[in-house]
Ligand binder design. Structure first.
Ligand code: SF4
Length: 467
């Protein structure tokens, strides 16, 4: 197996003979290592994590006040604020802004919240052309794919995949050189920036006392999106607020360090409205769409703290489950540990009750999280609610009930282990079970199960040390 560089973000394990590619785990491991190195390099890291957490929790506790302050400051700066209860409303508002301003072409910088509301699909259905300009998101859009990581959307792709994609879609020669591939995208996108009528951005933070939107990027596309087209629309989740510039700085101290191991991302943009008299560039109009989409409900519930998330991606990189299954397995915009809490919180447990189980509860995410969000605790409350709301399948409730009885009655427990050992060895070949019956087939359809020990631990202990 050889290790070869892939995208701008990491390296990939590729077995050149079998063609097997395992990019996610390796790239995620690398990003985690960068985070650890950056923390070691910054003696104030723990202090700043506490400070950033304090800022986020204080803001959430006073969200109504800071949202109102932010909105009135945006308006004082000449911008317009729109409130959207859900994704449909947000999309309708943006379509209306486009309609009112004869917009035909749109460029967009990376934004998870617009993924959350399917903004691209909504604008395309209205006949608009929309182009993603973040390199990763551009690749995702060209390939008709979905992002698999909140800060590295194409973590699941190799430079070979991207070379083939660009050769086919951009009519360029095949290359696997990251610098050449980036140059191809840059040349293509430059034309889009210069002709777009509207630029849509997300928002890492929104500063209440100045009405400023903060965009944290590693590419110049955020700056071009917000300044080149004549209309700029920012879409933000209502929890993105921080009270002051000083508070934003505290969050910036930990954001890039936790996400990519950088002291600061390459570009940190502060946007406080449209072009003013004498400004050399900037849009004619600035709109902010503030989205609820389940956040108010989350704020009033047991998972409110998840709204303190600063979307750094550290919990994804460290998570043993995410590393194995990748981002698409989580089924929605937000993958990894953060997604396992955010998605059911925002969209309800009826449809998303399985996600809180996508965790080993190892606690690595809390260690990595720059604002110390206790994700495992929230996963447990969600699991408990899923069970009490009747979302567990009947067979599982039955099996867990039987297990609980056996686990509290030693004789039954020993019998169960013995039976498991016998049945397991009947099904196993060379120490592995590759075809389990019934619900077990869901597991063995994807990977083999190790054969249970023929002699349970208790029996081995007894044989070795006596009763
Ligand atoms: S939960 Fe914490 S570690 Fe995960 S993305 Fe949010 S801030 Fe980062």
């Amino acid at each position: 197996m050889t290790i070869e560089p892939v995208t701008f973000l990491g390296r990939v394990k590729r077995d050149r003979e079998s063609g097997v590619v395992i990019p996610v785990s390796e790239a995620a491991r690398r990003m985690s290592a960068y985070r650890v190195a950056a923390s070691v390099d910054f003696p104030l890291m723990e202090e700043m994590r506490d400070r950033a957490r304090e800022v986020r929790l204080h803001t959430l506790a006073n969200l109504d006040k800071y949202l109102a302050q932010f909105a009135s400051q945006v308006e004082a700066n000449g911008g317009q604020v729109h409130w959207a209860a859900d994704g449909d409303e947000a999309n309708a508002i943006i379509r209306q802004i486009a309609d009112d301003n004869d917009v035909r072409t749109v460029v967009k910088s990376k934004s998870m919240v617009t993924e959350e509301i399917d903004l691209n699909e909504s604008l395309e259905a209205a006949g608009l052309s929309i182009v993603e300009t973040d390199l990763g998101e551009f690749i995702v859009q060209l390939s008709g794919d979905k992002p698999s990581h909140i800060i590295a959307p194409v973590l699941h792709k190799t430079r070979y995949d991207i070379g083939e994609l660009f050769a086919a879609k951009l009519d360029r020669g095949f290359s696997t050189d990251p610098a050449e591939l980036t140059q191809m995208a840059r040349e293509h996108l430059r034309r889009e920036f210069l002709t777009a009528d509207m630029g849509i951005s997300g928002c890492n933070m929104a500063i209440a006392d100045t009405g400023t939107v903060v965009l944290v990027t590693n590419e110049g596309n955020g700056r071009l999106t917000t300044t080149a087209p004549r209309i700029h629309v920012t879409v933000m989740g209502m929890e993105r607020i921080v009270p002051t510039f000083g508070d934003a700085s505290a969050v910036l101290e930990v954001l890039a360090r936790a996400g990519t191991g950088q002291r600061l991302s390459v570009y940190t943009n502060f946007v406080s409205g449209s072009r003013r008299h004498g400004d050399p560039d900037g849009p004619d109009a600035f709109h902010v769409v503030i989205l609820d989409n389940g956040r108010s409900r989350t704020l009033g519930g047991q998972e409110a703290e998840i709204l303190a998330c600063i979307r750094c991606g550290a919990c994804l990189n460290i998570c043993p489950v995410y590393r194995e299954v990748g981002g698409h397995a989580y089924g929605f915009t937000y993958p990894g540990p953060i997604g396992a809490v955010v998605t059911p919180s925002l969209k309800g447990l009826d449809e998303w009750h399985e996600l809180p189980y996508a965790s080993t509860l190892c606690g690595a995410c809390v260690e990595a999280c720059p604002v110390r969000i206790d994700i495992p605790k929230m996963l447990l409350t969600l699991r408990s609610r899923a069970a009490t709301d009747g979302h567990l399948p009947g067979w599982l409730t039955f099996a867990i009930g039987r297990y609980a009885t056996a686990a509290t009655h030693p004789r039954q427990f020993r019998l169960l282990l013995k039976a498991g050992g016998v049945v397991g060895s009947m099904m196993a070949r060379d120490g592995w079970i590759s075809k389990a019956p019934s619900h077990g087939a869901n597991w063995t359809g994807a990977r083999d199960l190790p054969q249970p020990a023929k002699q349970p631990f208790h029996a081995r202990w007894k044989a070795r040390h006596g009763a």
